[in-house]
Design a protein around this ligand. Structure first.
Ligand SMILES: Nc1nc2c(ncn2[C@@H]2O[C@H](COP(=O)(O)OP(=O)(O)OP(=O)(O)O)[C@@H](O)[C@H]2O)c(=O)[nH]1
Ligand SMILES: [Zn+2]
Length: 316
């Protein structure tokens, strides 16, 4: 039997099909298309940056598919892996930062998450789990006070307590949105996903098989539908703990931190970096004279210096 000649890689051609990337493990991408079918695809060419949440055009090639085009993105999120900042999700509506009474959360990771979300134009949402673990919960809640004061939504949860109302209060925030869930190990991320997505574990195993990552590898970023008709979904990215910010110009940082941003415009120097300059309105706002938490200002200075170093030598 003669094989039909292969379609040429026609970037605008009718042979290309549309799909959504629902799982990614390196160059192995699972594309959902035609109302639910899923096909293992690989990007064409060596350079690739196709991630979960991407809408793509692809075509069949043997047993798998080849991604020819990535549609324009609304936004991207980056993660920090060692020294590299890497895009790992696209077209996200909301970032849910899951914290818990224990393990004690890193305020730096929280601050990075909120800055990354705001920079990408994505709404952040914070939840504090393990309400039943006292007094650690109250202490963590107190540490979140500056965040509530700057207008962040913080929801209390007790995910292992079936009588707790926290999850019911969280659900409306997820409605009609694509939410990326981030959380340090042990905060209850798996518990949350299992409660929101029936059969999540089975899905994860099926995806591992489809991606060929082996039964015990669950390090792929995964899209879970909550309601496909309403485009309501969760994105889980195991092993993801820190947002990558090295693409950011340090001079933009203060504007992305609402409690600092409230005092911008009043500094003596137009190019004030709010670290040690005289006449700085941001530092003048520090407690006890003003409302700004010294811890938040210290986080700002540390991040500013990190971003400056990431921009390379010769900058101040
Ligand atoms: N006391 C208490 N324990 C909880 C609560 N939610 C989750 N846990 C427990 O916390 C532990 C960690 O929960 P997981 O859901 O596995 O946490 P995870 O964030 O997925 O952690 P990794 O798998 O390490 O990434 C488990 O023993 C859960 O049963 C809660 O509300 N209260
Ligand atoms: Zn200043």
């Amino acid at each position: 039997m003669r094989r039909r000649p292969r379609e040429p890689a026609d970037h605008a051609g009718a042979a290309l099909r549309e799909g959504l990337v629902v799982a990614a493990y390196g160059r192995h991408l699972l594309v959902e298309h035609d109302g639910g079918a899923r096909t293992l695809c690989h990007p064409r060419g060596k350079r690739h940056e196709t991630v979960v949440g991407d809408r793509v055009r692809w075509q069949t090639s043997g047993d798998a598919g080849v991604i020819e085009d990535v549609m324009p993105r609304r936004n991207v999120l980056r993660r920090q892996d060692e020294l590299r900042t890497k895009v790992f999700a696209a077209n996200v509506d909301q970032v849910l930062v899951l914290l818990a009474a224990e393990p004690v959360f890193s305020e730096e990771q929280l601050a990075r998450a909120l800055i990354a979300a705001r920079d990408a134009g994505i709404a952040p949402l914070v939840a504090l789990n393990k309400r039943d673990v006292q007094p650690a919960f109250d202490e963590a809640w107190r540490r979140l006070e500056p965040y509530r004061a700057m207008g962040e939504t913080v929801l209390p949860l007790a995910l292992t307590d079936p009588d707790d109302h926290g999850l019911a209060a969280l659900r409306p925030h997820l409605q009609g949105r694509v939410t990326l869930v981030m959380g340090a190990s042990g905060v209850g991320k798996s518990t949350l996903i299992n409660r929101l997505v029936p059969g999540a574990q089975a899905q994860t195993q099926a995806i591992s098989r489809a991606l060929g990552t082996g039964r015990h590898t669950t390090t792929h970023t995964t899209w879970y539908w909550l309601d496909a008709a309403r485009r309501e979904a969760l994105i889980d990215s195991p092993g993801f703990h820190a947002f990558g910010l090295h693409h950011l110009d340090p001079r933009r940082l203060a504007a992305l931190m609402p409690d600092l941003a409230a005092h911008l415009g009043g500094c003596r120097f137009l190019d004030c970096t709010h670290r040690q300059e005289p006449g700085c309105a941001v530092r003048a706002a520090l407690q006890p004279h003003g409302p700004l938490s010294p811890r938040r200002w210290q986080l700002y200075v540390a991040l500013y210096e990190e971003l400056l170093a990431a921009q390379g030598p010769g900058r101040t």
